[in-house]
Design a protein around this ligand. Structure first.
Ligand code: NAD
Length: 296
């Protein structure tokens, strides 16, 4: 299949490479010449603009952009995708953006004859490279069926979450819970260690007791508890504090639009915000435990 891919960054680059490996023909665009050159070297064709990409004979277009402003510009701009794509081409946006913006862009696309799916991912850059991402997909069932084999070249779990925007809903709800649970585990671990317990013994108790969660048993924030966790490697790599902050911002914004209280989500957002303001935005989000550790 001939696919257009726009946004070849940390996630989009390896995702596009996996589509090439699966035998698809790719036409690509990014503002970064280096990102485009990497894909061209692997066999993709470069487009000079979103308009040129949309006018290439593609059957599907996938976008992987930083935030809603970029998505709106690329899709709705005068020289953007929607102004240039022929009807019938399936559009898939895998960027993490707020559900409201995803619904707004998809509605405009559908009105001109282009089905559109929101398909944000979890799994990070490791999952993008390994082709094991989870896709949370919102949109019409027929569009989902069309997209499934394409997404399967980049991911392991492809889940239809319901109508347009629901992929983004699933993503913001999960990441809000992750942000909150990491703070909860940090608070409990710091308290236990300050009261005299060994961190690994405490983690072992939590992980076989009712406090267990992904933040405690797979990604424990206390250094030395889990060799594979960023906490044991100076909080480098992993999922950056500023990316978590972005996702918590999306959750509280979405909640505000419908008058839904997200009390712990808002508090978590403030804690990551103050941690980021102290110059820690580039550290893995589990470094939030340093807000609590007297010895850190
Ligand atoms: P990134 O900043 O590495 O890549 C974004 C790419 O988009 C860049 O190459 C940039 O040049 C390009 N771009 C920006 N504006 C453009 C435009 N107008 N036209 C063409 N290209 C443009 O970001 P990323 O880490 O790849 O993340 C992409 C999305 O995936 C974000 O929404 C992020 O929240 C989400 N996400 C990231 C991770 C992660 O671990 N990095 C995990 C899950 C989801």
């Amino acid at each position: 299949m001939h696919i257009g891919f726009l946004g070849l960054g940390n996630m989009g680059g390896p995702m596009a490479l996996n589509l090439l490996k699966a035998g698809h023909a790719l036409t690509v665009f990014d503002l970064s010449d280096t990102a485009v050159a990497n894909l061209v070297e692997a066999g993709a064709t470069a487009a000079a603009s979103p308009a040129e990409l949309a006018q290439a004979d593609v059957e599907v277009i996938i976008t992987m952009l930083p935030a809603a402003t970029h998505v709106k510009r690329v899709y709705l701009g005068d020289d953007g995708l929607l102004a240039n794509v022929r009807p019938g081409v399936l559009l898939i946006d895998s960027s993490t953006i707020d559900p409201h913006s995803a619904r707004e862009v998809a509605k405009t696309a559908l009105a001109q004859g282009n089905a559109m799916l929101d398909a944000p991912v979890s799994g990070g850059t490791g999952g993008a490279t390994a082709g094991t991402l989870t896709f949370m997909v919102g949109g019409a069932p027929s569009a989902f069926e069309h997209a499934q084999p394409i997404l399967a070249a980049m991911g392991k779990n492809i889940v239809h979450c319901g109508g347009t925007g629901n992929g983004q809903v699933a993503k913001v709800a999960n990441n809000m819970l992750l942000g909150i649970s990491m703070i909860g585990v940090s608070e409990a671990m710091a308290l236990g260690v300050s009261l005299g317990m060994d961190a690994s013994v405490l983690a072992g108790i939590i992980n076989t007791s009712s406090g267990r969660c992904w933040s405690s048993d797979t990604y424990n924030p206390f250094p030395g508890v889990l060799e594979t966790a960023p906490a044991s490697h100076g909080y480098s790599g992993g999922f950056g504090t500023d990316l978590m902050l972005k996702d918590l911002g999306l959750a509280s914004e979405a909640a505000k639009q419908i008058g839904q209280p997200v009390i712990l989500g808002a508090l978590a957002q403030q804690l990551y915000q103050s941690f980021s303001a102290q110059g820690n935005g580039g550290l893995d989000f589990s470094a939030i435990i340093n807000l609590y550790r007297k010895d850190a």
